[in-house]
Design a binder for this molecule. Structure first.
Ligand SMILES: [Fe+2]
Ligand SMILES: [Fe+2]
Length: 283
């Protein structure tokens, strides 16, 4: 019998090894896309995804304060940076399959599943690109400790699809758009063409993931007759711990459908133009 999309998502979440997880992720994504193109879509189905995805024995997962600081001026520092990014990408694979499997009780258009399956497939590619870079530098994913806290946003929003969209693609992945250009510069300056190309691919594709978040968040707000900006502020304040950090990549955020009045009011440095008492037209 054909496995449903939710069962396939669950299978990816329960696969521990990074290369195996991402290979399965790619295979399931290819099946979904082929079935959609043939006009015979796979059933979305239902699953009971694990509270936390399976993880390999390595890397050792530590609280952020115990993960050694990285200095990107050295080759060792750049390995540590790529390792951190590989860990983020592996979590992103699971986050996208988790949104597919966990919220099947909310009826969504097929395009919702198309988008997250595509995003999960792209994160799988990103993880492998970064693993290839690490291996070219004589290291590998698992060689260094990594942050333990990556799944917290998923746990906090396990019962709230709008909260999940607000925090994961629209806050965390949007943050990636802010910081990636600086990282590309680090590898370009170091003459590492492989890592530069990998990060450029990641940067280009991440805009789409933020856009999927904004698209489906707006869709759910519209269906419930809610104001998207106010709902976004309420949900981020409820589920995200801490303020958003400027500087923001306003251009790429705009491309992804995130207007400044969504994120600036949640920032630690809240500019006068976005304060509620600001007068229109006041310099
Ligand atoms: Fe990614
Ligand atoms: Fe992403």
């Amino acid at each position: 019998m054909t496995k449903s999309l939710a069962e396939r998502a669950d299978e990816v979440l329960r696969t521990a090894d990074g290369r195996a997880k991402t290979a399965l992720s790619h295979a399931h994504a290819a099946d979904w896309v082929a079935a959609r193109k043939a006009g015979t879509p796979l059933p979305v189905g239902r699953a009971t995804p694990p509270d936390r995805p399976a993880r390999p024995a390595r890397p050792e997962l530590l609280p952020p304060r115990d993960v050694p600081r990285r200095r990107p001026g050295t080759a060792q520092g750049r390995v540590a940076l790529l390792h951190t990014l590989a860990h983020i990408e592996l979590n992103a694979v699971d986050l996208h399959w988790d949104i597919v499997a966990r919220f099947t009780d909310v009826t969504m258009p097929m395009g919702f599943y198309d988008d997250w399956v595509k995003a999960a497939d792209e994160e799988s590619k990103h993880f492998n690109l970064l693993c290839d870079c690490l291996e070219a530098m004589g290291s590998h994913y698992g060689a260094l400790p990594a942050h333990v806290g990556m799944w917290r946003a998923a746990e906090d929003t396990a019962d709230d699809l709008m909260g999940r969209l607000a925090v994961v693609p629209m806050v965390l992945e949007a943050r990636g758009l802010d910081v990636t250009p600086g990282m590309i510069e680090i590898f370009r300056k170091a003459g590492d063409a492989q890592a530069t190309t990998a990060l450029e691919t990641i940067y280009a594709e991440e805009v789409g993931h933020v856009a999927y978040g904004a698209k489906w968040f707006n869709f759910l707000c519209g269906r419930a007759n809610l104001d998207p900006k106010d709902s976004f502020h309420t949900l981020v304040r409820r589920y995200f711990h801490g303020a958003l950090k400027p500087p923001f990549n306003e251009e790429k955020r705009a491309e992804a459908g995130l207007p400044p009045d969504f994120y600036w009011p949640l920032a630690e440095d809240y500019p006068p133009a976005f304060r509620p008492d600001a007068q229109p037209g006041t310099p």
